[in-house]
Design a protein around this ligand. Sequence first.
Ligand SMILES: Cc1cc2nc3c(=O)[nH]c(=O)nc-3n(C[C@H](O)[C@H](O)[C@H](O)COP(=O)(O)O)c2cc1C
Length: 223
Amino acid sequence: MKILAIIGSPRGMQGNTGRLLQEVLAGVEATGAEMEILSLKTLSIQPCAACDVCHKTGVCNIKDDYEFVKEKLLACDGFLLASPNYIFSVTAQMKALFDRCNGLIHCMGLEGKYAAMVETSGGGEDEEVLAYMSRFVNTLGANTVGCVGTAIAGVRTFPNEEKLFADARRLGLNLCQSIKNKRVYAGQDIFREEFKLRMSGLVDRMQKYWPFEREYWANKRTR
Ligand SMILES: Cc1cc2nc3c(=O)[nH]c(=O)nc-3n(C[C@H](O)[C@H](O)[C@H](O)COP(=O)(O)O)c2cc1C
């Protein structure tokens, strides 16, 4: 089983979010799963140029590390998204990745995979940021198994740390168990079915311009 962790903090694994992610990964490690961490700090993911080439060809036209990250996402069984709260949302590094996944979202290309989210903040709105990240995961077609988020108490320290870290490790474990047991998340299935109609409808309307996505959905419907 392959688990990919993507961290969007400019501090990489050395910051607060990296500290909390470490605990989630300890839970993953305990299951014997294979883990890989990608820090967006060390990768180049430029903002989306809205050129629509991904919809036409299935490949992004910007020559940076996005396709590398996309291939890693396609190859994993489950993934973790970790970001600090930057003005009620994720960091610009993480948002750039989300936007670049637009083609993948049109195809709901991560259907069948599972994900969990990790977030830290200076003082709050953790739920808001985690909900945003969860919705992104669902639009990719993947299931969210849960999340962990908290305000900090200081540098790489948190309130109620013992409980928080236990929750974080349990989340890592849960991610792997959900993959192993192919767990069903009924509420997310409803969202996904509605979103599928929306995306396949969009691609239908744009089929003249977006041949890659037209073929992708034609194949997906017959699978
Ligand atoms: C540009 C910037 C924006 C931030 N915006 C918020 C915010 O809106 N709300 C909040 O509670 N904390 C905010 N913070 C604080 C970070 O979320 C917090 O320190 C977080 O734990 C940093 O994680 P890191 O060490 O992994 O980068 C912000 C920090 C920065 C640098």
